[in-house]
Ligand binder design. Structure first.
Ligand SMILES: Nc1nc2c(ncn2[C@@H]2O[C@H](COP(=O)(O)OP(=O)(O)OP(=O)(O)O)[C@@H](O)[C@H]2O)c(=O)[nH]1
Ligand SMILES: [Mg+2]
Length: 208
């Protein structure tokens, strides 16, 4: 799917987040799981900075997306710092509560949280904690199993099964930023969540 995208801003403080005008899709997960790579593969260009060294993304980075032929941006992707990586300094991980938790708890336009997990890695406690937090806060979320290109068909099936069992109740979609596998399914989920949120925002603005 063709989409136009641009970097809006980076924020490390809730006071600096852009006004919540458009539906947002957040990309969450452990450091190095491939959050920035999934964003780049969805938009078809090098928008977010990626790295083989964990801890590359250190702020919440906001990207605006627009469909070709439409006059205005219609949704925002947010690339978040990763969690749960020992090499990431204390200072960085201590930033989780200070600006990421308020973002996930309070951001009114957050339409969908994508919880990314590596399909090559069994379910981790840190990921379970994130899913529990998201379920508890009532945020719609979806598990995306990244780097699916590293597994054969049978291996992938059993990994997905393990993830479904490890994160009960969550929908799991396999994805490869390298090959583009899973892209159409993920875009469909994103479009549906954004549409629902846009409808909700229109209804509430008509009431005011
Ligand atoms: N084989 C394979 N490697 C991938 C894929 N997606 C990302 N990678 C690699 O995984 C590493 C991390 O990718 P990033 O996108 O920077 O990961 P991130 O989750 O944004 O990392 P942080 O910002 O550090 O939390 C890079 O070396 C990527 O090349 C994929 O689909 N397949
Ligand atoms: Mg990143």
């Amino acid at each position: 799917m063709r989409v136009l995208s641009r970097f809006m801003m980076a924020a490390t403080d809730a006071r600096h987040f852009p006004a919540p005008a458009l539906p947002e899709v957040a990309f969450l997960g452990r450091s190095n799981v491939g959050k920035s790579s999934v964003i780049n593969s969805l938009v078809g260009k090098k928008l977010a900075k990626t790295s083989s060294t964990p801890g590359r993304t250190r702020s919440i980075n906001f990207f605006e997306l627009r469909w070709p032929g439409k006059p205005q941006a219609e949704l925002v992707f947010t690339d978040l710092p990763g969690y749960g990586y020992a090499q990431v300094s204390r200072e960085i991980s201590s930033q989780w509560p200070s600006f990421i938790e308020p973002y996930l708890r309070n951001r009114p336009c957050l339409a969908l949280c994508l919880a990314l997990v590596d399909v090559n890695v069994p379910p981790q406690d840190s990921d379970k904690q994130l899913m529990e937090f998201l379920a508890g806060s009532g945020r719609p979320f979806l598990v995306v199993g990244t780097k699916s290109d590293r597994l054969s068909g049978n291996q992938l099936r059993s990994s997905l099964q393990a993830l479904t069992e490890g994160f009960p109740g969550a929908k799991v979609l396999p994805y490869s930023a390298r090959t583009g596998a899973g892209q159409e399914d993920l875009w469909r989920e994103i479009r549906e969540a954004v549409q629902q949120r846009t409808d909700m925002m229109n209804v509430s603005s008509r009431r005011h």
